[in-house]
Design a protein around this ligand. Structure first.
Ligand code: 6GU
Length: 293
């Protein structure tokens, strides 16, 4: 097991080689209460308790200056719905940046959550996990005044559907990103090929390079009982032949990807080296001279 450290003493930045510093996450929201269970339970709760994740909620309604704490207003040019005013939210952003400068000595990327953003993906999670943290700005109503969008470093969406606000997206992003941080996953091998997408190793140095190339869906998993309601576990998984099992899993991953995600399959196929010379990529670890026919 990896030895974990305490959160660093504020004011004494740890040397670059020190054990993992906390990943700084600031969430700006009008509904901080939505995060309660999410932040306290499971992996995220443990990561916070262990000082691997430092998470801060900011309710930017507190930065509204008028007596009704108004954070939205009617759109110029007319139309339905309300638009989030720039001043309270940007005052909150300024306050959060000041806190970050004071507490970790640098800003983290300002990410605005919007269905009009670029789709969030594993590569984005890896990029953010490699940095000091993230600042997530959760919208509500029709959207932010465009000048808030201008101030953001990135606009990110979870996918092509509309949520009532960015809070659920923020939770997804915190989870996808935080789990790639050093020290977050007990089982080192599990990171490379967890349920869903196979991915290359992330920012987590404990993560081993998984046995599949990046960009395939995961192969199917089975556990006991061997026969459940008449459905049997594929015999090959009980064979003890690890090479055959690896080949079968790879074929399953490819077949699933081809069927379910033609977009991923096309990207995967395009990124593979051209077929000629060899028949398929060598995956077996052979301590030979590397000169294979
Ligand atoms: Cl980030 N926000 C909202 N409001 N809806 C979404 C989304 C984000 N991503 C997908 N739908």
């Amino acid at each position: 097991m990896t030895e974990l450290t305490q959160a660093p003493d504020p004011g004494t930045p740890p040397p670059e080689t020190a054990a993992p510093r906390a990943f700084r996450t600031d969430i700006l929201t009008l509904f901080p209460g939505l995060f309660a269970g999410f932040l306290d339970e499971s992996l995220i709760g443990k990561a916070r308790a262990r000082g691997l994740l430092s998470l801060h909620l900011h309710d930017w309604r507190a930065f509204a200056t008028d007596k009704h704490s108004k954070v939205d207003d009617a759109p110029f040019g007319g139309g339905a719905g309300m638009v989030i005013k720039p001043d309270p939210v940007m005052a909150c952003v300024a306050a959060v940046r000041a806190l970050q400068e004071a507490e970790v000595g640098q800003r983290t990327p300002l990410v605005l959550l919007s269905p009009a953003g670029r789709p969030f993906d594993q590569a984005t999670a890896r990029r953010w996990a490699a940095g000091p943290g993230i600042t997530l700005l959760c919208g509500r109503y029709e959207g932010f005044d465009a000048r808030v969008e201008e101030a953001a470093d990135e606009l990110v969406s979870l996918g092509d559907y509309v949520l009532n606000g960015g809070e659920v997206a923020a939770m997804a992003i915190v989870e996808a990103t935080a789990r790639l941080r050093p020290g977050m996953v007990g089982n080192a091998a599990s990171l490379g090929s967890q349920r869903g997408l196979s991915t290359a190793a992330g920012a987590n140095p404990d993560a081993v390079e998984e046995s599949h190339g990046a960009g395939l869906l995961e192969y199917p998993h089975y556990t006991r009982p061997r026969v459940w309601q008449g459905q049997e576990v594929p015999a090959i998984l009980l064979s003890g032949d690890h090479a055959k099992i690896a080949t079968w899993r790879r074929e399953q991953a490819e077949a699933r990807t081809r069927e379910r995600r033609p977009d991923l399959w096309a990207a995967y196929a395009a990124s593979r080296p051209p077929p000629p010379a060899k028949k398929g990529r060598r995956r077996r670890r052979k301590a030979d001279s590397g000169d294979e026919g």
